[in-house]
Design a protein around this ligand. Sequence first.
Ligand code: C5P
Length: 249
Amino acid sequence: MKSILNNKASEKLIFALDTKSYDEALSWVELLSGHVGMFKIGKGLFTSAGPKIVEEIKKRGQRVFLDLKFHDIPNTVARAVEAAMEYDVDMLNVHASGGSEMIRQAVLAATAFAEKQKKSKPVILAVTVLTSLDDADLDEIGFKSEVDDLVINLAKLAKEAGADGVVASPVDIINLRKSFGDDFVVVTPGVRVAADASRDDQKRTLSATEAIKAGSDYIVVGRPIREADQPLNACLKIIQEIEDALSVK
Ligand code: C5P
């Protein structure tokens, strides 16, 4: 499965609902519904608001990326995937470093559950190497590879185990496309508005135009929209950047 969405620029934009407040999350959903392709719910919001926030967003006809990065024994992850599917999430993720059997069981559980419940299977992504880790961190943990090589190794493992794609830093997109071609979903956080000098704590960033041109299928954006003086304008500006990139691809 390459993509559940079409090629419309706005559908390639995933908004990160990085708030712990249920009410604030819903006010962002009200503002950005129809403008972004999906809303990403991470550990903070899910831990404070629970599945109810997923249900509410789905009730409003919007798509949800449940970013809980499951990493556990295969059976536990498989059951967690089924639990997420009760709420019709459209995309979810697991850590590739949980191993091929864990990913395989997650994909098998999702496929079986989708068939049984006559639902569509969510896009299952693998997180390769967290963007907060560098070569020194890997060495400290005891991994003998460098980040670039480990990203490709883990992406290969994830693809062979049946994952639909990966979450990847903007700087990894070109290597991933070289290694895996176009039939693999690449979702990219760490994207900034082209003219924006402030890059928060994201070290390896690209503009939306650069990320889409490099081959990203979806970009995840939080603060550049959330912290803008006019968030909707910032969102529309990013969509324009995506459109520009698509028009020259
Ligand atoms: O605010 P900002 O645009 O940096 O938000 C990016 C979002 O993508 C956050 O929700 C962050 O947790 C998530 N993310 C990331 N890097 C990863 C995976 C997810 O920044 N490797």
